[in-house]
Design a protein around this ligand. Structure first.
Ligand code: BG6
Length: 292
């Protein structure tokens, strides 16, 4: 059992890495390396009672990212109870081979259909590989009579040593929509992205690999993605942290959200069509990155 008595699933690899997935929200709530170090951030003030999603791990934002739309912020999927699916439609054999994994399923309830009248099947596979990397594969199928559109994000809370020592590589020179400036479009000027104040941006048409370098821990998160053109970068910094009830005043220093997402151009699915969005997270020592 996990938060608030909801069922959870623990994945382990033979080397001792692990991941925990809650059926509430299909949310990954923990990811640990072979040494048992937690790689995802969860707030010490997180609220485990529905209806709010727990502040940390990897909440799934679907079918709406943010608050630009008719739905609640970041959509309803992160607040729903998902079910375990024993025999999902097959994936590429490479997605199962040598991995520990779980398949979850979300279908809309009557209540969901009232606010978002589109029938879908959302399949999520979470897997942990022998090298400790974590992969999330989302498959959304339109089982409706009509086309629908959605936006999406894996709202990934990375645990970092000190936000001032962190930089993101792979987003240089790209355009982004700035949520702090009415979603105006700007072009990134810096060499790599570093942090000294609140950041809330959606970088557009990003490369499939982005790296988050944690200088102090000599650790680099490598984010590989497919079907997810955009990357959200979020750190609430000091003032906003104080305004969030489920977040510690100083915790902004220990976290950074870097989300593989599809936001600017929502995904359109015709009846019977399926979309796949794939995210792979791995960790390498920073020295490795600078040498290669
Ligand atoms: C980010 C958004 O992705 O999520 C922010 O860009 C938002 O604007 C943040 O504040 C947290 O959202 P929530 O709903 O989980 O508090």
């Amino acid at each position: 059992k996990d938060w608030n008595g909801t069922d959870k699933v623990v994945l382990r690899n033979p080397q001792g890495a692990s991941a925990r997935v809650s059926l509430r929200g299909g949310q990954v709530t923990s990811w640990r390396n072979e040494q048992g170090e937690e790689l995802l951030f969860t707030s010490s003030k997180a609220i485990f009672k529905p209806p709010k999603a727990v502040r940390g791990g990897i909440p799934i934002c679907f079918p709406q990212f943010g608050n630009c739309g008719s739905l609640e912020q970041h959509g309803f999927a992160r607040n729903k109870i998902w079910t375990i699916e024993e025999n999902p439609p097959p994936l590429n054999p490479n997605d199962s081979h040598g991995k520990s994994f779980i398949d979850l399923l979300l279908k809309p309830s009557e209540e969901d259909l009232k606010c978002w009248p589109h029938s879908f099947e959302f399949r999520l596979r979470v897997s942990l590989a022998a090298d400790g990397s974590l992969t999330l594969i989302s498959r959304v199928r339109n089982v409706n009579g009509k086309a629908f559109r959605f936006s999406f994000a894996y709202h990934t809370y990375l645990s970092v040593s000190d936000i001032s020592e962190v930089r993101i590589e792979g987003l240089e020179t790209l355009d982004y929509l700035d949520n702090l400036c009415h979603k105006q479009r700007f072009t990134e000027q810096g060499d790599a992205i570093t942090f000294e104040s609140e950041v809330d941006r959606a970088y557009l048409s990003t490369p499939n690999v982005v790296a988050v370098l944690d200088h102090e821990r000599k650790r680099t998160y490598v984010i590989r993605k497919e079907g997810l053109p955009d990357v959200v970068v979020w750190n609430p910094w000091e003032k906003k942290s104080k305004s969030m009830v489920d977040f510690g005043d100083d915790e902004y220093k220990q976290m950074l959200c870097v989300d593989g997402a599809a936001i600017e151009k929502p995904v359109t699915l015709k009846p019977g069509e399926e979309w796949t969005g794939r995210l792979e997270l791995s960790v390498v020592p920073s020295t490795f990155c600078s040498e290669h």
